[in-house]
Design a protein around this ligand. Structure first.
Ligand code: ATP
Length: 330
């Protein structure tokens, strides 16, 4: 059986199970991710949040088999039914072309400026065997769905003729053109102003729901994650430290790191006074202390936290990797 055929109707759009990632560096083997487990159901929106360098992008890219050069991976990554870490080049190419798409932070960096928008939008479909006329019709439909006026005219224009927000809408249309099972959106609105951000997120969510696509939404913006996602994973130093549904995430964070992130966020923490920056600086997995990686920045840490990496365990409606979780509010 080909790896492309290893699917059932009930499987998740994405299952990252115990993913570990290392790269060879001058100073030796450098760990980047450890025991990362992330699941995205079909049609579900799942957030991946954490400070810069926590491993969000590496985790998202693993779904496409886009690992850093020379990286060694352990664990299992199944995206749209494909065993990504075991898949060969052809299977990975097919996966990226039709079943899993990605929207990046900066649309201008992700589109060829010399090609017309229509060529960009139809290439995935044409590569999958859709006749050119049909591909063009589907692309115009999608442009209409993402709110682009005069879709036929837009198809003939070049990227520089659109604003950043409009171009990101076009990228979203392109990413969903092949009706993928999974969409990876890595900080898709960070480069946009706040009003445009809200519009683009609205478009993304509406289309994702219509198409039943699983969405992994990578962001450092907790407000946005809480507003957009069904469930949220919190990453710190290359590990998942908490998994929560978005309703309990903001009101009852379980991991002290999640609490600290919320306290540092301008508005999620509501009426608890001005934002408080997290003391110390974020660690990479390689430089994290032994035991719990967050313990040198954690107000609740004690000597037990140095003894080993806490295993994730249920806590209220969340799962948390902490020996001293926050009190869950009733
Ligand atoms: N090819 C590589 N070689 C060595 N280290 C790497 C490589 N790629 C990423 N890293 C390191 O792995 C860690 C996680 O990187 P990643 O890009 O996933 O973080 P992130 O959470 O997405 O951060 P940001 O929000 O800044 O994009 C960082 O410390 C980064 O420097």
């Amino acid at each position: 059986m080909s790896v492309l055929e290893q699917h059932t109707t009930t499987r998740d759009a994405l299952a990252v199970e115990g993913l570990g990632l290392t790269v060879a560096a001058r100073e030796g083997v450098l760990p980047l991710l450890a025991d990362v487990t992330v699941r995205v159901g079909r049609g579900e929106t799942v957030g991946l949040v954490g400070e810069s360098g926590s491993g969000k992008t590496l985790t998202a890219r693993s779904a496409l088999g886009m690992l850093p050069r020379g990286a060694r991976a352990t664990g299992r990554v199944t995206a749209a039914g494909v065993d990504v870490l075991a898949a060969g080049r052809t299977d990975l190419r097919d996966l990226r072309r039709t079943r899993v798409s990605m929207v990046f932070q900066d649309p201008r960096a992700a589109i060829n400026p010399l090609r017309r928008v229509g060529d960009h939008l139809t290439e995935g479909l044409r590569a999958g065997g859709t006749p050119p006329r049909e591909a063009a019709r589907r692309a115009r439909d999608l442009l209409e769905q993402v709110g682009i006026d005069d879709p036929a005219g837009a198809m003939r224009r070049h990227p520089h003729q659109f604003s950043g927000g409009m171009l990101q809408r076009i990228m979203i249309a392109g990413a969903l053109s092949t009706e993928p099972e999974l969409l990876l959106a890595d900080e898709p609105t960070t480069a946009l102003d706040v009003t445009t951000q809200a519009e683009v997120v609205g478009v993304l969510r509406a289309l994702q729901r219509t198409h039943g696509t699983g969405l992994l939404f990578v962001t450092h913006d907790l407000d946005l994650a809480a507003a957009v996602c069904d469930r949220i994973y919190v990453m710190y130093a290359g590990r998942i430290v908490e998994e929560a549904d978005s309703a309990s995430f903001a009101v009852a964070p379980a991991h002290p790191y999640t609490r600290a992130l919320l306290d540092a966020s301008p508005s999620v923490h509501g009426d608890q006074g001005p934002p408080r920056a997290i003391g110390g600086r974020p660690r990479s997995l390689a430089e994290a202390p032994s035991g719990c990686s967050f313990r040198d920045r954690c107000p609740r840490a004690d000597h037990d936290c140095a003894l080993g990496v806490p295993a994730p365990r249920p806590h209220g409606t969340s799962r948390v990797a902490c020996l001293r979780p926050e009190q869950v509010k009733p």
